[in-house]
Write a protein that binds this ligand. Structure first.
Ligand code: NAP
Length: 284
């Protein structure tokens, strides 16, 4: 690292498992940019000082992950409109000492979904399972990019309802409905896209699925935000009856690509980023 190296990184707690340093450093190398990306494990009580450190140390910016995505917001000079609607920031850009917060998760998801499946969002009737942090970003981006009909099913019905209400008022003109997980059966037959945003099916509980196999039908495209494992139980169940599937790995790559583009003003080398991430995931 020389004196002109521009620093970026990841603020999280923990951060040891993250593939972001590998992916971003590969992208900087491929583009011959004198940038580096490092992980920083920040305890919650020190997040304010860590954000001030971005300015003090002259970092170009950072990604923010669990548990800091909401907590960083009051320490920023500006939060863009989309991140405000989502209520969380995953990317900070330092523009000459002015810290601006963005959220690239949802847009990253939608870019991956469209490029990898070719579907037209306006034509989709969507069932989203889960109403946590990732679901918020994905739902905002789906509605902003063309989806008009969205049903949100969640174990805690009140969270689905409150997300549906927030979305209705932030993005008018859409049909957004909340149901409980038990009510999926009455709504799924008319749906064309199922977006799985819960943590069910993640390693190590890889044989679990939030939707019973007998409710799936072959007209569904099953998109899962999880990428470890690369194929989840709900995707395996769907493929057995002829469903198309879409993996969460693309969301991870594209959310990073958008952050990279904010920091460098340089087009992200998507295929090289995908290659290095896939090689690591396939080794796991
Ligand atoms: P979160 O805010 O903690 O939300 C978790 C969601 O899962 C909630 O809807 C929760 O329901 C539901 N849930 C958890 N355990 C459940 C169970 N046993 N039964 C039924 N529902 C359950 O987490 P998050 O940040 O949104 O992340 C969710 C998933 O998305 C994770 O698997 C994460 O790896 C993945 N993700 C992927 C990317 C990517 O780049 N591909 C990015 C972000 C997240 P309740 O509300 O009822 O608790």
């Amino acid at each position: 690292m020389d004196s002109k190296t521009i620093m970026t990184g990841l603020f999280g707690h923990p951060v040891g498992h993250s593939l972001s340093p590998l992916m971003h450093n590969q992208a900087f190398d491929v583009c011959r940019l004198n940038y580096r990306y490092a992980p920083f494990d920040i305890p919650p009580e020190q997040i304010g000082q860590a954000v001030a450190g971005i300015r003090a140390l002259g970092f170009r910016g950072v990604n923010v992950t669990i548990p800091h995505k909401v907590a960083v917001m009051p320490y920023l000079d500006e939060v863009d409109e989309e991140a405000k609607i989502i209520g969380a920031v995953n990317t900070i850009v330092n523009d000459n000492g002015r810290l601006i917060g963005y959220n690239t998760d949802g847009r990253g998801y939608v870019r991956s979904l469209i490029e990898e499946t070719g579907i037209v969002l306006e034509e989709q009737s969507v069932l989203m399972v889960g109403a946590g942090g990732a679901a918020r970003g994905v739902a905002v981006a789906l509605l902003q990019k063309g989806v008009v009909d969205l049903v949100i099913a969640n174990r805690s019905f009140d969270k689905a309802e409150s997300l549906a209400n927030d979305l209705q008022s932030a993005i008018p003109g859409k049909r957004v409905t909340a149901i409980s997980l038990e009510e999926i059966g009455s709504s799924i037959s008319k749906r064309t896209l199922l977006v799985q945003t819960t943590s069910i099916g993640m390693s190590p509980k890889v044989s679990e699925s939030p939707v019973p196999k007998d409710l799936l039908h072959k007209n569904l495209l099953i998109s899962d935000l999880i990428y470890n494992p690369l194929k989840t139980q709900i995707q395996k169940d769907g493929e057995e009856i002829g469903c198309r599937t879409h993996s969460g790995v693309g969301m991870f790559i594209y959310q990073g690509a958008l952050s990279f583009e904010y920091w460098t003003n340089h087009k992200a080398p998507i295929e090289e980023m995908r290659k290095v991430v896939m090689s690591k995931l396939e080794m796991r």
